[in-house]
Unconditional design. Structure first.
Length: 574
């Protein structure tokens, strides 16, 4: 027996065991089509009255035994998907033969209803335009998520069984009753709270949480819940720290780290752009670096040496693989015929050279491995290689006359400064540059690097300014234009449900609220800086083996801190 399910019906308490032993019978059921990207088709003329029983009219036949795959079976510890919430949609328009509904927010999930005895067709989209569904951001006209239900008897409760969709709006053709929207994602608790005196910051926290959860299914952190639905290593390594800090996502990302390692080339050490590997583009640094960076962020939050040691050799193998992509210390290529992206989704054209960004990640990963090695008694020394790559970056991209890297575009000097190859004048110019513009000009990696650098250098006021800007490009611009989840691009022309820009949300807690974590000591230190415009801030976190909540009151250039509750963790004020 390979597989056994024990199913208990809550209404009766009666349990059934379903297992495979070769005596089963198979038949063609009433779900005649399903595809994660395109939806499902149900034909209720084939329905026998029991979802576990095939209709005899359409043929029942013995199963065919096949050899078990040669694989290692592992216990799945990450949370299952679940119906988390139910929403009552509002009718917002009518089309030729259909009704358009608004769920009120962008979600991952499905529409359920009670049949009125008619065939029903449901299409899903993130937007509406000129009174009709606009499919552009979720895959376009060539990839519409549609569920179709034929001949369901009146009174039958109807919903998909295999597919979820990413949508806010949906069109129903055919009469349906008791329509509900079911929000579906991994059963992960939100273990944080945040509220302050600035509404943009409050809403940013909320939409990041919603976006992140919408993209957590089956142990895979996806880029979006509709168009691609892939576990991009670039997107996943970006958001994993914020996700594990603000939600109970530890087990989820532990499982995904195993996926990354499973997909790593056992000969070359190359790390794929998606895990589990399903194609998709990326680059050797920001994407492949997930093999090092996800365990690194995990250690920062949980101090789990055993987890780090488990994947330490994978990280070393990844660094070895990068050696093949070097030219004089710069990462200039990836696999033959493959992608070699640097940053991504900048406002306008990506101006940062790919080799600049990929070499940044190469150095960052070597430093992370050196740190993890010291913490876990695994000796590794990359000093010579790091120095060579730092020198190569400076030789290629530093403009001594203007004291800037790559002209300072799209956060370039923040990349350099965070590697330690800038100077005070460059730092001052960087701060002045963004203080004057008041908004980011960065892509998915540059935004995270810029915000982290400002946080680590005590620039809470500037962080707050960038977080709360409302002109394009900014998070406030997304919100002002109706975003209920984070957009893939600052202008909103592509997907409206991509979490990667939300990687910097952790800096609300680190850079503005001044939260410092010491997981090995079960200790949290609070060291906030005064920020004009915060007013008050109330927040809670489950970290360092416990949980705590605090309230800040900003007044007269000072911050008054009240630790409201703490359980299992020491909270100190610096």
């Amino acid at each position: 027996r390979i597989l056994c399910f024990e199913i208990t019906y809550g209404s009766t308490g009666k349990s059934y065991r379903v297992f495979t032993d070769g005596t089963e019978k198979a038949g063609r059921g009433y779900i005649t089509f399903n595809n994660l990207y395109y939806g499902e088709t149900h034909d209720y003329t084939r329905f026998s009255g029991d979802i576990f029983t095939a209709h005899e009219k359409y043929g029942i036949f013995p199963v065919k035994k096949i050899p078990a795959p040669k694989a290692k079976y592992l216990l799945q510890k990450c949370p299952n998907d679940k119906i988390i919430r139910k929403l009552k949609p509002a009718e917002v328009g009518r089309t030729d033969g259909g009704i358009i509904y608004d769920a009120g927010e962008n979600i991952s999930g499905f529409v359920s209803f009670v049949s009125a005895g008619e065939d029903v067709f449901i299409k899903h989209a993130e937007n509406i335009k000129n009174g009709s569904l606009d499919f552009t951001s979720a895959g376009g006209e060539g990839q519409i998520s549609e569920t179709a239900y034929f001949s369901a008897k009146k009174g039958t409760s109807v919903h998909p069984f295999f597919c979820w969709s990413g949508f806010r709006y949906f069109e129903v053709k055919g009469r349906a009753e008791q329509i509900e929207v079911n929000v579906v994602h991994a059963d992960i608790a939100v273990t944080s709270k945040f509220f302050c005196g600035n509404e943009t910051l409050n809403r940013l926290y909320d939409i990041y949480i919603r976006t992140q959860l919408n993209n957590m299914h089956g142990g895979i952190p996806s880029d979006c819940p509709h168009r691609e639905r892939l576990g991009y290593t670039g997107d996943g390594q970006l958001v994993c720290e914020s996700a594990m800090l603000l939600t109970n996502a530890r087990g989820f990302f532990e499982k995904w780290t195993r996926d990354i390692a499973d997909c790593q080339d056992i000969v070359t050490g190359h790390v794929q752009h998606t895990a589990p590997f399903c194609g998709g583009g990326g680059g050797p640094g920001g994407w492949g670096g997930a093999m090092v960076l996800v365990p690194y962020y995990h250690y920062k939050l949980f101090g789990d040496k055993a987890f780090v040691k488990k994947y330490f050799r994978n990280g070393l193998k990844y660094i070895e693989s990068m050696e093949r992509f070097l030219d004089g210390g710069l990462v200039v290529r990836e696999m033959p015929g493959g992608w070699c992206l640097g940053d991504w989704c900048t406002p306008g054209k990506v101006l940062l050279p790919e080799s600049f960004v990929n070499t940044y990640f190469y150095i960052k990963c070597m430093r992370a491995l050196e740190y993890l090695g010291r913490e876990t008694d695994e000796y590794v020394d990359f000093a010579e290689r790091i120095e060579k790559s730092l020198s190569a970056i400076t030789e290629k991209y530093y403009d001594s006359e203007n004291n800037t890297y790559c002209g300072g575009v799209q956060g370039a000097d923040a990349f350099a400064l965070s590697l330690g190859i800038g100077n005070k004048a460059m730092k001052d110019a960087l701060i002045e540059r963004y203080s004057l513009s008041g908004k980011p000009d960065t892509g998915i990696f540059g935004t995270d690097v810029l915000f982290a650098y400002l946080a680590e250098n005590g620039e809470a006021d500037l962080l707050f300014k960038l977080f709360t800007a409302t002109e394009y490009p900014s998070f406030g611009y997304m919100l002002k234009n109706g975003a209920t989840t984070l957009w893939e691009d600052w202008d909103g022309k592509t997907s409206h449900d991509h979490p990667m820009f939300g990687a910097c949300v952790k800096q609300i807690f680190y850079g503005i609220l001044g939260v410092k974590l010491y997981p090995s000591e079960n200790k949290v230190v609070l060291a906030p800086r005064y920020v004009e415009g915060m007013g008050t801030a109330e927040f809670s976190l489950s970290v360092c083996g416990g949980n705590f909540s605090a309230k800040y009151r900003y007044s007269g250039g000072k911050v008054k801190i009240t630790v409201k509750e703490r359980i299992g963790v020491t909270v100190m004020i610096e």
